[in-house]
Design a binder for this molecule. Structure first.
Ligand SMILES: Cc1cc2nc3c(=O)[nH]c(=O)nc-3n(C[C@H](O)[C@H](O)[C@H](O)COP(=O)(O)OP(=O)(O)OC[C@H]3O[C@@H](n4cnc5c(N)ncnc54)[C@H](O)[C@@H]3O)c2cc1C
Length: 837
């Protein structure tokens, strides 16, 4: 075993080996993999080997697509057969919502470049003659996926890695990991130490144990997953003898199972409710190829529906039941990318579809290590998307929920319930009493919208017959009423959100944004350091507020901060609530070592109440002795003011395009300030509003969001950030030269705002394909209805030649084509007169 290497990968399952393979391909031949037992002796050994391309996440979709393509080439490259059977995969739909999900997904697939077909029940029957098609509305088919032999796949990747110089050490256990003051890692094993520049953790069910070695609480806990293999069935055997093609992988999403042929029989894998977490404290030291006692009772409802759908399944005996550990994270997506707080420690863990994801995850992680950036926007799988709140108790609840929801309809407005409420702003109960229907982000409860007290979704609208998974609404509130139905279309809250927008626009509204991430940067070096970090100028004058973007070294957008200069040497940074750990990590890792800059996370010290609307000045004026006039307190400025006896840094900015102030106040004063505002605002008819109204209003202002319109994949100038990117700034900033070179080379994309015509009940959501003369030319990044302009809107990225105002394009929303016309930015109040009022 080497004693020095550039990268050490821990874990010889499919994920670790695929990482090693790609490191070698990226030119890091000085890479070593360490596996405590035999390769594949963890979860990889007992995987069913399915390679589902279907995934609603952009990042995971790209990763899966890459893998499937790569696996097809491995035999030719390595000479090892990986048992890849491209038998295709069919997902059945029993409900209209399910068909909507497939239609929505087909748009994502098209923009990523994944082939899908829609099938009628008759076409399903032709391909799968053993399948009964009663109650089926249709199906979606992936013609290019199928299944593979996981152990053979791993061996082929290992051979490819070794051929390029990668070293694999089996029967070697990592026992400790330490970082030296010079940044080098020392990986201790039972066969000696290895010193390296980078370490990758790819240890599957041991993820939390490995993370503990470096002091991380990694949000990964496995869940039990079972599949059943039957004895051969005469009809399948006869089909094989007759040389007929395999029928492919069949998924009945509404009954939550997959089924495929296996050695003349069938293999059924249900995703049942009630599957427990396992290995909460990690597997035993000597664990290998470990399976658990089966629990068929838990699977009974799924087995029943499988027998109804494919009677052949019930006609043969069970040969074997596998019950193994499958890694989960709270949202079901893996964790691929840098660890927080640690330099050059990388995570490739939490894979629940690890056979499918291994190739793509290894590829992007290797790129990140070798080149400093991945080429795909990895936000959806970034390990820093969870914060310290995602610890043991939370994980137990959330990971079991994620498992049970693998096959539920992935509504874009769905709000899952496990482990909630967790983080509550002090005004939570007050908002609730006013009718708040909450959503959750980064563990925080936030009002999404406000429901009238008597509102109730009629039971008849919620029921779906004969379907195991009917997960189309939030649970009833304490009065027994279901307030919200989820949908890909305009749902029951649509009009109520509209009322909130109209109210903010004509009167005054109050929004809780306490979940914002907040950081303080201070010290003698603070200004210069920030200047080198962001593309806009950092506020020069005390009290000035600027919107600033941190770019990647390639010129894409990494993070967005509102920067407020509190004092000559103190800056206050605000960014999206979901990115607290992510943004803090980038800031922290970029700190100078000379101690001239101090960085503090102050998210939970400050609450944020957003007062917005034409009457907001009148309300606030009643509570402060500060001059709120335009001359004294202009747009894009901030002041430390009194709010009655309480206090706040009032920033004259907001995300809704109306006159207003964000009140960043000591969190312990929140309810005092809340009550004062509601009292003072009563004469102006103040009402709370929620995130959904905010989102509608931000669309009307063409305000961009990470990772939608802003992404590492788009140059900051493609995203239309011209006003915020100072290429001529006298301080060099991260990404400047690359962005200038990108500009010189010419841009592929340009951000546009579009009006969508002919909509009756389904607005764009983001990810819809956009066409010109029938050809795919771009993708929507966001969409919705703009209540103040009375238009259905979409934000999108299209080629610059098609970004000209008035260009007529088409957008496909849930399978239907609509005219989409490029319109000027900020269709509501383009001159910002409201903001400056
Ligand atoms: C029943 C079942 C069916 C499944 N079906 C599918 C499917 O059809 N399709 C799909 O895509 N996925 C499927 N999966 C999931 C898939 O098996 C996993 O996502 C995948 O195998 C994860 O690979 P890994 O390399 O991350 O983990 P593992 O295969 O568990 O590898 C981790 C390795 O790290 C080693 N290790 C840990 N700690 C140390 C240490 N300290 N020192 C050295 N080595 C260490 C372990 O020994 C182990 O070999 C299934 C899982 C189960 C349980």
């Amino acid at each position: 075993m080497k004693t020095h290497a550039r990268v050490v990968v821990i874990g010889g399952g499919v994920v670790g080996v695929a990482t090693l393979y790609h490191l070698v391909k990226k030119g890091i031949t000085d890479a070593v993999l360490i596996e405590r037992r035999e390769l594949t002796s963890g979860s990889t050994w007992h995987a069913a080997g399915l390679l589902p391309l279907f995934n609603m996440s952009y990042a995971v979709g790209q990763i899966h697509k890459y893998s499937v393509k790569l696996y097809d080439t491995l035999e030719e490259e390595t000479g090892l057969n990986v048992g890849f059977k491209k038998v295709s995969n069919i997902r059945l739909a029993r409900t209209r919502d399910r068909m909507d999900e497939y239609e929505y997904y087909a748009g994502v697939a098209e923009t990523i470049g994944i082939n899908v077909n829609f099938l009628t029940p008759e076409e399903v029957k032709e391909i799968w003659p053993l399948c009964e098609t009663d109650g089926i509305l249709g199906a979606i088919q992936h013609p290019d996926d199928g299944y593979i032999q996981p152990a053979d796949l791993t061996q082929a990747l290992a051979r490819g890695a070794r051929a390029g110089g990668g070293e694999i050490n089996r029967f070697t256990t990592v026992t400790g990991i330490t970082q030296k003051p010079n940044g080098e890692w020392v990986v201790a094993t039972d066969k000696g130490d290895i010193t390296s520049e980078h370490v990758v953790s790819a240890t599957g069910n041991f993820a939390r144990k490995t993370a503990e070695m470096v002091g991380l609480d990694l949000p990964v806990i496995p869940v039990e997953h079972q599949f059943i293999v039957t004895e051969p069935h005469p009809e399948i055997v006869a089909r094989q003898k007759a040389g007929l093609p395999e029928m492919g992988v069949l998924r009945e999403s509404d009954s939550s199972w997959y089924l495929r042929e296996e050695n003349g029989g069938l293999l059924l894998g249900p995703y049942e409710a009630g599957a427990p977490c396992c290995y909460v404290d990690g597997p035993a030291k000597d664990c290998e190829y470990e399976l658990f006692q089966e629990d068929l009772d838990r699977l009974a409802p799924h087995i029943e529906t499988a027998m109804e759908r494919v009677p052949a399944f019930g006609e043969v005996g069970v040969k074997e039941v596998y019950n193994g550990a499958i890694c989960y994270t709270p949202d079901g997506s893996p964790m691929v990318g840098p660890a927080w707080d640690l330099k050059n420690f990388w995570i490739n863990e939490g894979h629940s579809f690890g056979i499918t994801a291994a190739g793509g995850a290894g590829w992007q992680l290797a790129e990140w290590i070798a080149e400093g950036e991945p080429s795909i926007d990895m936000t959806g799988v970034d390990p820093r998307r969870f914060g310290p709140y995602a610890s043991r108790g939370y994980l137990r609840a959330k990971n079991e929920e994620a498992y049970a929801n693998v096959f539920t309809v992935h509504y874009p407005d769905e709000e899952r319930q496990a482990a909630r409420p967790l983080k509550r702003a002090p005004c939570y109960d007050r908002m609730k009493a006013l009718g708040a229907v909450f959503g959750s982000v980064y563990g925080w409860e936030r009002p999404n919208w406000f429901a009238p007290a008597d509102l109730e979704v009629p039971a008849g609208e919620l029921e779906v017959d004969d379907v195991i998974l009917n997960h189309n609404h939030a649970p009833a509130d304490e009065t027994g009423k279901v307030k919200e139905k989820w949908s890909f279309r305009r749902s029951n809250y649509f009009e109520h959100v509209g009322n909130e927008c109209r109210h903010v626009s004509t009167k005054v509204g109050l929004l809780d944004m306490s979940a914002f991430s907040k950081f303080e940067v201070s010290g003698p070096g603070a200004e210069d350091w920030l200047e080198g970090l962001v593309a806009n100028r950092v506020p020069k004058k005390v009290g000035r507020v600027n919107l600033c973007h941190m770019l990647t070294k390639n010129g894409g957008v990494r993070a967005e901060f509102t920067i407020y200069r509190k004092s000559p040497r103190d800056f206050y940074l605000v960014s999206a609530g979901a990115f607290e750990r992510h943004d803090y990590d980038y800031l922290e890792k970029a700190l100078p070592s000379d101690g001239s800059v101090r960085l503090q996370k102050v998210t939970t010290q400050y609450g944020v109440l957003v007062l917005a609307g034409p009457k907001s000045r009148d309300v606030l004026a009643k509570l402060t002795d500060q001059d709120l006039s335009n001359a004294a307190f202009p747009w894009l400025s901030g002041r430390f003011i009194n709010v009655g006896p309480a206090q706040a840094h009032a920033l004259r900015v907001n995300f809704v395009g109306e006159l207003g102030w964000e009140l960043h106040h000591p969190i312990e004063m929140q309810t005092t300030i809340f009550d004062l505002l509601m009292e003072a605002g009563a004469e102006f008819d103040i009402k709370p509003f929620g995130i959904r109204a905010m989102d509608s209003m931000r669309l009307e202002k063409s305000y961009r969001l990470i990772p939608r319109e802003l992404s590492i994949e788009y140059a900051a100038l493609e995203s239309g950030l011209d006003r915020f990117v100072r290429l001529d700034k006298n301080v060099d900033f991260i990404g400047r030269d690359a962005l200038a070179a990108w500009k010189e080379k010419g841009f592929k994309w340009q951000f546009v705002t579009m009006e969508v015509s002919g909509i009756t009940d389904a607005d764009a959501r983001g990810s819809e394909p956009i066409y010109k003369d029938g050809a795919l030319v771009g993708r929507a990044t966001s969409g919705g209805f703009g209540w103040r302009v009375g238009k259905s809107l979409a934000l999108a990225m299209v080629p610059p030649a098609l970004a000209v105002i008035g260009t007529e394009l088409e957008i496909k929303i849930l399978g239907e084509m609509h005219k989409a016309t490029v319109i000027p930015e900020s269709p509501f109040d383009p001159d910002n007169e409201r903001l400056r009022a």
